[in-house]
Structures are given as structure tokens and as C-alpha cells.
Design a protein around this ligand. Structure first.
Ligand code: SF4
Ligand code: SF4
Length: 204
């Protein structure tokens, strides 16, 4: 059997009594405490707030619980039941039931989002062609029952507020920005270059 040789390494010496005295009486401890207390009470470094009594302001682009929007003029629901949001949802948590009415238009029988599965990715708001679904800023969505997550009635903005003109057109991720008109280029009325020029002169 091969003999294994072990080497003894030098042990770390225990802290000397001299060092202990030096650290104690040169006030290192008090210096550290002074710095801690200074940082603790410096107003500019207080980063915690007394939630839920205080809340930090959220960005308008914050992606929390969705809202289903209404048309500003009529108060009618914007959603046309195209189903794109349901298709694109990566968590498969949107469920829409639609039915054709006697006027041949699609009615939305039910619209639900399972917020127990939603990852707030925002794809549904991005894909919606009618700007009907947007993310609001309501992030307090705890519930003791899964069944509370979440039916159309909870998501749809109030008809009364819409009729009074008290809902914001721009109210969350997925909506039009306030300066959307400035970003739209006029559609040319013809493809030939001369007409495009004339059109642009008319518009300009
Ligand atoms: S935010 Fe994302 S995960 Fe949530 S409902 Fe929309 S597409 Fe689905
Ligand atoms: S994409 Fe928009 S319009 Fe289409 S079903 Fe979803 S919310 Fe309604």
C-alpha cells in the first residue's frame, strides 16, 4: 500500500489580546456605529415608505391589472371579439366567448383573464387592434379565492364614467399616447409620384 505523506500547515494564530485592546480603545467600534447612525437618519437615504399608507407614483407605462376600455363618444365597448389577445397570450389565460347577434355583429358573451397565470407581458395590449384592452395601474390584486381572478365586469371601465367623459383615452400601457396624432403620416391617395407630391402639398 502506498504511503501518503501529509504536510502540516501553519495554524492561523488566535487574535492577540494586544489587537483586541487596540481595536477596543482606538474606538473602531464607535466609529463604525457613528457611520451607521449617520446613514440611518440622513433624510436623502430613506428609501422605504410606509406601505400601504404611502404609495410610490407609478409610470403610465406600468403593466398591472388590465382594463377593458369603452369608446369615448358613445360609451360602447371597444372590444370586437376578434380573439387576437386570446391567441397571442403566452400564458393561455384569456378566455373569450362570442356569439353573433341578430344584427350580424359579434357580441362578447364573456371575457375573463386568469390573473393567477398572467405574467403581465403586455402582448395582449400590444396586439389589440381596437385599443380595447390596456394595462391599468392597479397592482393590488390579492385574493383568497382563485375564482376572483378575473371576469369582464371587473375589468370593463364604468359606462357612467365613459358617458360623462371622465375616462382617460390614455390610461395605461397599450393605449394611444397623447401625441399619437403627431406621429401619424397621411396616407397618400395615389401611388404615382406626382400625385403623392400634390397630396403632400395639400396636406402640408
Ligand atoms: S399580459 Fe401577457 S400573460 Fe397576461 S393576459 Fe396579456 S398576453 Fe396573457
Ligand atoms: S384583441 Fe382587443 S378587440 Fe380583439 S378580442 Fe382582444 S380585447 Fe377584444
Amino acid at each position: 500500500m502506498m504511503k501518503v505523506e501529509y504536510k502540516l500547515v501553519a495554524q492561523t494564530p488566535p487574535p492577540s489580546f494586544k489587537r483586541f485592546l487596540k481595536r477596543t480603545f482606538s474606538l473602531d467600534l464607535l466609529k463604525g456605529l457613528k457611520l451607521t447612525l449617520f446613514e440611518l437618519f440622513k433624510p436623502s437615504t430613506i428609501v422605504t415608505i410606509k406601505y400601504p399608507l404611502e404609495k410610490i407614483p407609478l409610470s403610465p407605462r406600468y403593466r398591472a391589472v388590465h382594463n377593458l376600455m369603452r369608446l369615448l363618444e358613445s360609451g360602447n365597448e371597444r372590444c370586437i371579439g376578434c380573439g387576437l389577445c386570446e391567441k397571442i397570450c403566452v400564458s393561455n389565460c384569456i378566455k373569450i366567448d362570442t356569439k353573433y347577434g341578430i344584427d350580424g355583429r359579434k357580441n362578447i358573451e364573456s371575457y375573463s383573464i386568469n390573473f393567477g397565470r398572467c405574467i403581465y407581458c403586455g402582448l395582449c395590449a400590444e396586439v389589440c387592434p381596437e385599443l380595447a384592452i390596456v394595462h391599468g395601474n392597479r397592482y393590488e390584486n390579492a385574493s383568497e379565492q382563485r375564482a376572483h381572478f378575473k371576469l369582464k365586469d371587473d375589468l370593463l371601465v364604468s359606462f357612467a364614467l365613459a358617458k360623462k367623459g371622465q375616462i382617460d383615452e390614455y390610461s395605461g400601457y397599450g393605449s394611444l399616447s397623447p401625441n399619437a396624432d403627431n406621429n401619424i403620416k397621411p396616407t397618400p391617395l395615389s401611388n404615382d409620384e406626382t400625385s403623392k407630391k400634390v397630396d403632400s402639398e395639400k396636406v402640408g
